[in-house]
Ligand binder design. Structure first.
Ligand code: BEZ
Ligand code: FE
Length: 313
């Protein structure tokens, strides 16, 4: 039976299987799934096959276009290694990563919104004391980041881990240039204090291009898209009993805020990095004067809230 039209499908007389035609193609494929197929796998695969078959029909995909697609995906796989994940990059520039992120982390009341993790997080950022300078090279515009971790009622969350990473003044993460940039440059793992506050010294971030020397870069060029992400600082904020937040803060003055190549910008995450010229304050903070300052107050959702949402309650 064709599940969209309700009509019976013409069947092969020996196997009893429906015959493969333009009209029946997706049903023929999905009806080949065995009865023991995991129900979620059946659901996802059935939907995928329907959409891909509809896409092929809608575009009337030519043989050469099918071949070009296969070559593109092959090249994408060949570009991957333990440091480079070209498929994730492809998902990012097509907006799929951000859509999955948005569906799975719908904003709860005034909780901090999430955005893409990106490929440059390292599993173990170095533990650093509050106030530490995570800039190991001395280059870039000095910046003080202050912030807090609170719950949605406004109560401080002490002892939360605040994992931070960002690109340098040239737009590179340490892992992109392991022979030039000191390991763990511009990374740190902090813990919020008894009042839920945290602070550290760093540099003002700048925009940078995602890796564009592979098939994804070619796709961007072919479609007249720039490869840049607006300036940002990454955070993962985690505390027992709360949903972990993976997010960024974005520089309000960045020229690419409206055209992030991975669609990661959310209005609520844009911050002013204000310039401070105050010798006494700079001296007290051990930061060169003048410097920039930005604040990030992170609001966590209770883990139970997420469970309730997931269960649809
Ligand atoms: C990043 O912000 O680090 C990033 C996110 C997605 C793709 C490439 C880089
Ligand atoms: Fe980044």
């Amino acid at each position: 039976m064709d599940t969209t039209t309700g009509r019976s499908l013409a069947a092969d007389s020996t196997s009893g299987r429906p015959l493969f035609t333009e009209e029946t193609s997706a049903d023929v494929v999905t009806s080949s799934l065995g009865p023991g197929t995991d129900p979620r796998l059946r659901h996802v695969l059935t939907s995928l096959v329907r959409h891909v078959h509809d896409f092929v029909k809608e575009t009337q995909l030519a043989d050469q276009e099918w071949e070009a697609g296969i070559e593109f995906l092959t090249a994408t796989g060949q570009k991957c290694d333990h440091l480079r994940q070209e498929f994730i990059l492809l998902s990012d520039v097509l907006g799929v990563s951000m859509l999955v992120e948005t569906i799975n982390h719908r904003a709860v009341r005034e909780a901090t919104e999430q955005t893409v993790l990106g490929p440059f997080h390292v599993v173990s950022s170095p533990d650093r004391p509050l106030g530490a300078d995570i800039n190991l090279t001395g280059t870039g515009t000095p910046c003080l980041v202050t912030g807090s971790v609170r719950d949605i009622e406004g109560y401080p969350v002490p002892g939360a881990t605040v994992d931070v990473w960002q690109a340098d003044a040239e737009g590179f993460y340490d892992v992109q240039k392991p022979h030039e940039i000191p390991e763990r440059n511009l990374r740190g793992l902090f813990r919020s204090d008894d009042n839920g506050e945290f602070w550290f010294r760093t540099i003002v971030p700048r925009y940078y291009p995602i890796p564009d020397d592979g098939p994804v870069g070619e796709l961007l060029a072919a479609t007249e898209r720039h490869p840049n992400r607006p300036a940002h600082i990454h955070f993962i904020v985690e505390a027992p009993g709360f949903e972990t937040v993976t997010t960024h803060i974005f520089h309000a003055d960045d020229p690419y805020l409206d055209s992030d190549v991975v669609f990661g910008v959310k209005e609520s995450l844009i911050r002013d990095f204000s310039r401070v010229d105050d010798e006494d304050r700079a001296a007290a903070l051990a930061i060169p004067n003048p410097f920039h300052e930005v604040r990030f107050d992170c609001v966590l959702t209770p883990a139970a809230e997420k469970t309730r949402r997931t269960e649809g309650a």
